[in-house]
Design a protein. Structure first.
Length: 325
């Protein structure tokens, strides 16, 4: 019989086995990396349950929104450059169409300005829509602001309406020589709010369309022919028929003087204090008005004295009465 077969040895072995089984059921300390991660997740889950806020989802959504905003900004910039290129092409096409249809230059500049303004407004609203901004509220805001601005800028709107009236009734066009609002010059441009004229000494004058559309306008370029008039004064005692014949010969010798719509004529216009005044009239083409006027004026001054016809000087007759009482 061996020592381990004794009842005491068997009892000791049984006690050791029970002790080991109890040790296996005790909690083991968490020291590994996996156990640490698991614990952190458990804490986060518990915190989320308490606060109701998911940090991970929040930052993921924030990053996604930032990327989307940057993308929309890039798209808006690209859309702006494309839109500007299209507007330029549209304006170039309109100018080509104006040339083909021979549209009046006055109407061309006005329509180009209106189309350019409207297309840029549409482009701006489109870019705002791409950026995700609600354009409905913006349009409503612009409408209400437009009413207030319209009341404040009523004069500007009147100028716009005046420009429309000028283009509809055409009292003048680009290239016409006009006199209006105390200014005289050639119309170089009819804009949305003003008319631009160039004076003879190359001063650029801007006249508001409202003012010029409601004022008296002298258009010297509208008719094909214009009548030129010279006033000639000679001294008393001069043969009127002789003066008339010399002046008519001067006018007829100029090829720019026309026989239609009427022949050149000379009238005795007035008998003044120290001179007899003649009025000479002839018809010329519109473009020849000023050259003909100045050149024949000089010819009259040189020819009449050579023909024995004198120009008068101011005279004053003084009578002295001698009263002898």
């Amino acid at each position: 019989m061996s020592l381990i077969d004794t009842p005491q040895a068997l009892q000791a072995a049984q006690q050791s086995a029970d002790t080991l089984s109890r040790v296996d059921t005790l909690p083991v300390p968490v020291e590994s990396a996996d156990s640490v991660v698991t614990g952190i997740k458990a804490i986060e889950h518990t915190f989320d349950k308490v606060t109701g806020f998911d940090y991970q989802t929040f930052f993921m959504n924030l990053a996604a929104d930032a990327v989307w905003v940057v993308f929309k900004i890039i798209v808006a910039i690209i859309l702006y450059y494309i839109g500007r290129w299209l507007i330029r092409r549209l304006l170039a096409f309109l100018n080509h169409l104006y040339d083909r249809r021979k549209v009046d230059p006055s109407l061309r500049s006005f329509l180009t300005g209106v189309v350019q303004a409207l297309t840029y407004i549409v482009l701006a609203l489109t870019i705002i829509q791409v950026l995700g901004i609600n354009t409905t509220s913006i349009v409503a805001l612009l409408a209400s602001a437009g009413l207030a601005v319209g009341m404040a800028l009523s004069g500007t709107l009147q100028n716009f309406a005046g420009g429309v009236m000028i283009l509809l009734f055409k009292p003048y066009k680009v290239g016409d020589y006009i006199s209006a609002q105390g200014q005289t010059g050639t119309v170089t441009d009819i804009r949305i709010f003003s008319t631009q004229i160039l004076t003879a000494d190359h001063q650029t004058i801007y006249i508001p369309n409202n003012s010029i559309s409601t004022s008296i306008i002298d258009n010297f370029s509208q008719a094909e022919f214009r009548r030129v008039e010279w006033t000639v004064s000679v001294e008393y005692g001069t043969d009127a028929d002789r003066v008339r014949a010399v002046i008519i010969d001067i006018m007829r010798s100029d090829s720019r003087v026309l026989s239609q719509p009427a022949e050149p004529v000379v009238y005795l216009a007035a008998m003044e204090d120290s001179s007899i005044k003649f009025s000479a009239r002839a018809w010329v083409r519109n473009a020849d008005y000023w050259p003909t006027f100045f050149e024949i004026n000089e010819k009259i001054y040189k020819t009449l004295p050579a023909e024995g016809i004198a120009f008068p000087f101011p005279q004053l007759d003084v009578t002295i009465k001698n009263n002898n009482n």
